[in-house]
Design a protein around this ligand. Structure first.
Ligand code: NAP
Length: 352
């Protein structure tokens, strides 16, 4: 069985802690190094981190001394990055140039021509872009990213419809949990008993990332999907789980609601046969009961890796309307990265 030595960059943050939590019993990946800012470097992880996970901090990780994010200080096979996007550009590039693959949550390289923006079940073939990267002349170091936490449930729910009918336009409102803002995040006086009608920077990402994810790989380039997306991102007083309300116009018209349900339920997960450790048995679940999915009750389904889809109906305005739910720090961040890394292992891109 493969065993990789893993570094986590941004290990002290909300996404970094989720990596530590999800990797604690991983069969292939063993965390051996932790990176964060100068504020944390030199301290043990226990001292440097305000642990917000509900499970105990793993004892072996608690005693690791945090370093700055410098590839020369980490003897690892690859790193996961949950780093602040304000500093990720230089640091992630330095790791890739040093021959250390970077599997990242940060937005900095998502639109880079040769960097795959990947959700393992949606566009696993985009991993081939790695062969076009030139960060490391030896070819060992590369960068792979996963999308924004809203785009993951959005594209997973759209994918069966996109394949069956084609999509012409999408209107989406994302009701986003407070954990999406990191720690300490949104002040309690702003969010308790309230909804914040704007999240800076979010709508631009939702408008473009799905188009790369649903794009076709052709001659070493991604030809983006071309439909417009109108996004409204709001912050709601929920701890974990982003709930999306989506309306879409389809290129081919569905016959009726039964056909739509059949299309969603018969969608085949292209990586199911690989039996990857973090792969959910059912990545997309369509609920018939209109009360579901709800953030509190369904965002942890299949260890937080399942996307829930509900309220599927014909639209009075466009063609189809539905809700989609994804756990923002698991499916929408750390869990998505870990599944991407497992896929890269299965495809032979990682060396231990
Ligand atoms: P966060 O809680 O603010 O954590 C940021 C991390 O970056 C901390 O570990 C921090 O270390 C580290 N950092 C800050 N400045 C640094 C520097 N100069 N050098 C090295 N490390 C530095 O943020 P987060 O919510 O975990 O988000 C992390 C990344 O994931 C962001 O790029 C975010 O956009 C993305 N993301 C977040 C979510 C989500 O739901 N939260 C979802 C998808 C993607 P110190 O503790 O030492 O300051």
């Amino acid at each position: 069985m493969a065993e990789y030595r893993i570094g986590v960059l941004g290990a002290t943050g909300a996404v970094g802690q989720k990596f530590i939590h999800l990797l604690r019993n991983h069969p292939w990946f063993r965390v051996t190094a932790l990176g964060a800012s100068e504020r944390s470097a030199g301290k043990t992880y226990r001292k440097a981190t305000n642990w917000v996970e509900s499970t105990e901090m793993p004892e072996d990780i608690a005693n690791i001394t945090v370093s700055t994010c410098d590839p020369s200080k980490m003897d690892v096979d690859f790193v996961f990055s949950g780093m602040d996007s304000g500093v990720a550009t230089e640091i992630e590039r330095a790791y890739a140039e040093a021959g250390i693959p970077v599997i990242s949550n940060a937005r900095n390289y998502r639109q880079h021509e040769t960097v795959p923006l990947m959700v393992a079940e949606v566009n696993p073939d985009h991993a081939e872009l790695i062969g076009c990267q030139q960060f490391d002349p030896e070819g060992d170091g590369f960068i792979v990213t996963n999308p924004n936490c809203v785009c993951i449930p959005l594209v997973m729910a759209l994918k069966p419809l996109y394949d069956a009918y084609g999509v012409e336009e999408v209107i989406v409102t994302s009701m986003q949990a407070v954990s999406g803002a990191g720690y300490p995040g949104v002040p309690s006086l702003d969010i308790l008993g309230n909804i914040l009608p704007y999240i800076s920077g979010e709508e631009d990402k939702i408008g473009v990332e799905p188009l790369k994810l649903l794009g076709q790989l052709n001659g070493g380039k991604v030809e983006f999907a071309t439909f417009p997306i109108q996004a409204t991102a709001v912050r709601v007083p929920v701890i974990d789980g982003h709930l999306l309300s989506v309306t879409a116009r389809l290129a081919k018209k569905p016959k009726d609601l039964d056909e739509l349900k059949q299309v969603v339920r018969s969608w085949k997960n292209p990586i199911a046969d690989l039996n990857l450790p973090s792969s959910p048995a059912q990545p997309l679940r369509l609920y018939d009961d209109f009360r579901y999915p709800q953030p509190r009750h369904q965002s942890l389904a299949e260890n937080g890796m399942q996307v829930g889809m509900g309220r599927l109906r014909m639209s009075n305005v466009l063609d189809v309307a539905f809700t989609a739910l994804g756990h923002n720090t698991i499916r929408g961040a750390a869990g998505c990265s870990i599944l991407n890394a497992e896929l890269l292992h299965a495809k032979g891109y990682l060396k231990s």
